[in-house]
Design a protein around this ligand. Sequence first.
Ligand code: PLP
Length: 423
Amino acid sequence: MSIVKNSPVWRPFTQHALQPNAFKVSHAKGARLELVDGRQFIDAISSWWVITHGHCQPEIMQAIAEQAQILDQVIFAGFTHEPAEKLAHRLLEFSPKGLEYVFYSDSGSTSVEVAIKMALGFWLNRGEPRTKIVALEHGYHGDTIGAMSVGARSSFNAPYEPLLFDVERIPFPTKGSEQNTLDALEIACRLKPAAFIVEPLIVGAGGMLIYSAQTLAEMYKICAKYNVLFIADEVMTGFGRTGTLFACEQAHITPDIACYAKGLTGGAIPLAVTMCRREIFEAHYAKDRARAFFHSSSFMANPLACAAALANLELWEKTETHQFLSKICLAQKSYIERFSRDKRFKNARSIGTISALDLNTKSSSYLSTISIDLMAFFNDLGILLRPLGSTIYVLPPYCASMQELELIYNAIDAAGEKFSNIV
Ligand SMILES: *Cc1c(COP(=O)(O)O)cnc(C)c1O
């Protein structure tokens, strides 16, 4: 009953021959999912990193319901509406100072495509065309062709490789070899690329790899020195995930272009923005129609989604929200520390609300079955975790209780017992 079989639905990142079934969720609240048969799951990865405060957060759901009585989708060329205008102003208040324009779209991948197109348009319209993009090793920016191109090459995009464009890649700044990264970035910047795109402070899908705010600040400085546009992909890190509203705050930088999506509506409904500095907008501003920014999404600035995002920003003005955030950050840090000297695991780490550790095992590539075996093991315990290869990470909604975290980490402990090579 709670497992869907023989469905015509084609699910994401799923080999249906190996994973033919899916759990059928009936409702969700806080950090819990409930299946149609009443079974519960703790959503330890915020439903693929989107849910920030918790599932069905009342103010956000209320805002959507109210907006749904008034205005549905309207064309966004030549027309606008209050939720979109108000949200844009509010986003300027909350984002790093210097981001002055807001371009709406509907997913993280699209916000990245928009960022890349903005960067190219900027240089072309200034009469100094530049097309090269510099990116960080292991980066992930989405699954559309452009976003895949700037992301790391892996078995996930190998089938599409012939269509992906060339990117200059610099090594990930592993602890102790940050200078290598900075040197590589400086060399790349001398060749006048259009932009550098980076996930600030933590590379997510690439393995939950953390680097310092200082390194982020230094990468920014190099880009500024060589006049290379700095694109911060905060699709995952945005809205509290790294302990501050935006990861860039920790490095005290304002990117030239910033991408926000997942947590923008608290995760309730799709919405994305690409925010940019005035210069980028102005490079496209002319009486010449050919210099306009040529991008649109059918569902740009959907009023329901904008209302949800406004309610989300309201929540970020409440002390209570920040208390939840500090509490989860502290808890995550102390829970993961339990595993720091545990031989069954390696590299126990955390930043803000995110923790991760690598299982000591022989098979570690994402396509090896270890991740599927681990996932099934956690599912049996009623915990939604989706390891990246042998990397187990916990990225919970901020409302997760200490009891829920306890259950998650007990499950990880049990997984160590069952799956690690070291006993
Ligand atoms: C998830 C993610 C994306 C893609 O977002 P979608 O909404 O899934 O298209 C882009 N960048 C980063 C850093 C992400 O984590």
